[in-house]
Design a protein around this ligand. Structure first.
Ligand SMILES: *Cc1c(COP(=O)(O)O)cnc(C)c1O
Length: 376
């Protein structure tokens, strides 16, 4: 007789310490759970203008060929990316979203006992990758107004440090590392440290003292710049991202990746999107105007926020933040609650269209008014 229970089946021990990723709540879930028809999602930094139209038509034309396996080497897309930013194709690696690249980097470079250094709060996937491999995460708290202090980062680096993550602009704070600081940091790091510069939001930056990391790859530093088609290009649903680095570094990662990691529709869609300057420009200018509109509305409500170089803004709502987040949801507006980043007094809101942001500001005012009425 089979008297075994499923408890005899043991996963790797590191899994017991892993926190699940908590994504922004999808629109359909709020519609289903709360019975609301009109839902506005400002929770996942998606493009409010929708996908690149050039990508949509490229995908549509390709659909009847999906019985074929995709190109395992993503030759056309790598060529398009390399051409756009003036690299060679062997300096580009395409992945199933930048998330996959972070996991692949972790699998390629981390062993139990190794350390990664991450400024904090930041994107949770870095920690996920390290935990998965049994490596230790060393967090470096950002300074006042979530600014980077490179001396703090350098002090956290030791001989066990394998990877240093710099997310700039940083998710969820919207702050960035100044160009001069990034250069200084690169010059002062010990030679065994590989820097992962996450530029997921670099296209939204509107300041001159920013560096998107690419010049550091060109200068031959040990750095991987990670990029995504999920944000400015509006292709989050088809999952495609990439890394730019020295061929010798990417070659290690290629040993770990699945052959067909990037699906065929993602490859043709991304290759079209990267040439869609009109869509990128429209998104960039809408986003910059949207940030100002949001700042103004928040100032009128007397709410604190951190100025952002990205397509989201971190807002401080105080001890009632969770309750305000829940009440906004009941009004059909999804934002991201900060607890996952150890920011229980905050929410992060993605820049939406002017109309979406007005709906958010109106709903927020109603929630705050109702709250102060109750406490009288
Ligand atoms: C959204 C995001 C990514 C990209 O994710 P994809 O897997 O490409 O959708 C990478 N890094 C940060 C910081 C992000 O916020």
């Amino acid at each position: 007789m089979n008297n075994r229970t499923m408890e005899t089946i043991r996963p790797r021990s590191v899994l017991s310490e892993m926190k699940p990723y908590s994504p922004g709540k999808p629109i359909w879930e709020v519609q289903r759970e709360l019975g609301i028809e009109k839902v506005i999602k400002l929770a996942s930094n998606e493009n409010p203008l929708g996908p690149s139209p050039l990508a949509v038509s490229a995908i549509q034309s390709y659909v009847s060929d999906i019985h074929r396996y995709p190109d395992a080497d993503t030759v056309d897309l790598r060529a398009a990316i390399a051409k756009k930013y003036d690299f060679t194709a062997d300096q580009v690696l395409v992945t199933n979203g930048a998330d996959e690249l972070i996991t692949l980097i972790s699998e390629t470079f981390l062993e139990p006992g190794d350390e990664i250094v991450v400024p904090s709060p930041t994107f949770s996937e870095y920690e996920f990758g390290a935990n998965l491999m049994g490596a230790r995460v060393v967090e470096v708290p950002l300074r006042e107004n979530y600014s980077y202090e490179i001396q703090d980062i350098l002090a956290a680096v030791n001989e066990k440090t394998k990877l240093l993550y710099i997310c700039s602009p940083n998710n969820p704070t919207g702050t960035y590392m100044k160009k001069q600081d990034l250069h200084q940091l690169m010059d002062q790091l010990p030679s065994q440290v590989l820097v992962i510069f996450d530029g997921a939001y670099s296209h939204f930056v509107t300041t001159d003292d920013y560096c998107d990391g690419l010049e550091l790859v060109r200068s031959g530093y040990p750095i991987i710049v990670t990029q995504t088609f999920s944000k400015i290009y509006g292709l989050a649903g088809i999952r495609v991202g990439y890394g730019i680095a020295a061929p010798a570094i990417l070659q290690h990662i290629r040993q770990v990746k699945e052959p067909f990691n990037v699906n065929a529709l993602a490859q043709v869609g991304a290759a079209a999107a990267i040439l869609d300057d009109a869509h990128v420009e429209a998104t960039r200018s809408m986003n910059a105007a949207g940030r100002e509109q949001l700042y103004e509305g928040l100032e009128l409500l007397g709410i604190g926020f951190t100025r952002s170089m990205s397509n989201f803004v971190l807002i401080e709502l105080g001890p009632d933040a969770k309750s305000i987040y829940d009440q906004l949801m009941r009004k059909g507006i999804i934002v991201r609650y900060g607890a996952g980043w150890n920011l229980p007094l905050h929410v992060r809101i993605s820049i939406g269209t002017a109309e979406e942001q007005n709906a958010f500001l109106t709903a927020l005012r109603e929630v705050l008014d109702a709250g102060s009425a109750r406490s009288i």
